[in-house]
Design a protein around this ligand. Structure first.
Ligand code: PLP
Length: 398
């Protein structure tokens, strides 16, 4: 007998390009940190659509703002002014200390904009530097230009993460910019060390290289800090943002220092949708919740809660070798491939994800409460026990 879920999956198999290996679940509704599948089963979401549903699912304030904006005006293009783009840019400037913003529609586009602006900066200064330095294990997007893709855009050099000497040796007067994530998200939730952060600043001062901080995953409150570069003491000239900013409405942004911004001219870059009224309305609502709604302080408290609870889980399950993270971004490094944990967790009705082969990654909605986290981590505890039992029995979990 065919179910609705079977129909959904069969139609996709026929007509959607098969670039995603999806879990066999069809979600139709959400409420805060809970998701409901087509059969009405409830799940606790510790992933928030990879760090996007920052305010949880079906947030009433966000839903109202979007609906109100849809009834008023959605899009006019960047040929005209509208009242919201400047407001979002102003809020981001206050939060980051970088005075200007360029809006786009995704994280990858924000990275692309930063790379392009860095090249433009050096071109305008009559010293066309073309080399970028990126860190091994980093992830900055999936277009041809965003790193680290093979074949790479020429002029990209990779240095090992957290190796100050390697960075200082690699940087030169040919380096346009150093690009980094304060916490490598896709790379397995790996924070940069303070010593490496100091080397980034030193390398930048020594060579003049710009610093691009990719805060798409670890920024906008995710770690309990507005931006993780400030926790590390890194001084970026460019910052890329995405994910959490729209709470689910696609929006990306590049934040730019005045020094770099002054080298950019009309027509140097653009986007048809970038920073339209719908996206900006969502971003304003998110930033208001983050700063005025007390969300940042909440994430700090929840970070301490997760730290304690996850370390207790590690103490209990010998397959968990290390716990890394801050605020509401966490990685459990396993002694084995983390792939079986994802379906085991799904069977226990909790959503997590596997990254960098051996890491179970948690990126819950920023609004998650202690009671919800307790319940979700209880389910994860059971899933880890299931996987451990499978291992000791020599079984496999598909
Ligand atoms: N940069 C980082 C640090 C990311 O985590 C991601 C997405 O996971 C991206 C860039 C790409 O963002 P998007 O998928 O919105 O293009």
């Amino acid at each position: 007998m065919s179910t609705v879920a079977d129909d959904v999956q069969a139609r996709e198999l026929r007509h959607v390009l098969q670039t995603y290996r999806r879990q066999p679940v069809t979600f139709v509704r959400g409420d805060g940190v809970r998701l409901f599948d087509v059969e009405g089963r409830e799940y606790l979401d510790l992933l928030s659509g990879i760090g996007v549903a920052s305010l949880g699912h079906a947030h009433p304030g966000l839903a109202k703002a979007i609906a109100d904006q849809a009834r008023t005006l959605l899009h006019t293009s960047n040929l005209f002014f509208h009242p919201l783009q400047g407001q979002v840019a102003e809020r981001l400037a206050t939060l980051s200390g970088l005075p200007r913003a360029f809006f786009c529609n995704s994280g990858t586009e924000a990275v692309e904009a930063c790379l392009k602006f860095a090249r433009r900066y050096w071109h305008t200064r009559g010293e066309p530097r073309a080399e970028f330095i990126a860190l091994e294990g980093s992830f900055h997007g999936r277009t041809f230009g965003a790193l680290p893709f093979e074949p790479l855009v020429p002029g990209v050099r990779f240095v090992p993460s957290n190796d100050p000497a390697a960075l200082l040796a690699a940087v030169s007067r040919k380096t346009a910019a150093i690009i980094l994530e304060g916490i490598q998200g896709e790379g397995g939730v790996r924070p940069l060390t303070p010593a490496f952060a100091a080397a980034v600043n030193e390398a930048s001062v020594k060579s003049g290289a710009l610093v691009i901080s990719d805060e798409i995953q670890c920024g906008l409150g995710r770690t309990g800090h507005a931006f993780y570069y400030s926790a590390l003491g890194i001084k970026p000239h460019l910052v890329s943002l995405g994910k959490a900013l729209g709470g689910g409405v696609p929006i990306g942004a590049a934040l730019i220092s005045e020094e770099v911004a002054s080298t950019i001219s009309f027509g140097d870059h653009g986007s048809t949708y970038g920073g339209n009224l719908l996206a900006c309305r969502a971003a304003l609502l998110f930033l208001t919740e983050l700063v005025d709604g007390g969300l940042l302080a909440h994430i700090g408290r929840m970070g301490r809660f997760f730290d304690t609870r996850l370390k207790a889980l590690a103490g209990k399950h010998s397959i968990v070798k290390e716990v890394r993270g801050a605020g509401l971004i966490w990685g459990l490094e396993l002694t084995c491939d983390a792939a079986p944990v994802v379906p085991a967790a799904l069977a226990r009705r909790v959503i997590v994800n596997r990254t960098a082969e051996t890491v179970v990654r948690l990126l819950p909605p920023l609004v998650i409460t202690e009671a919800e986290a307790e319940e979700a981590l209880g389910r994860l505890d059971a899933a880890l026990a299931d996987v451990s039992a499978g291992h000791s029995a020599g079984g496999t979990h598909a």
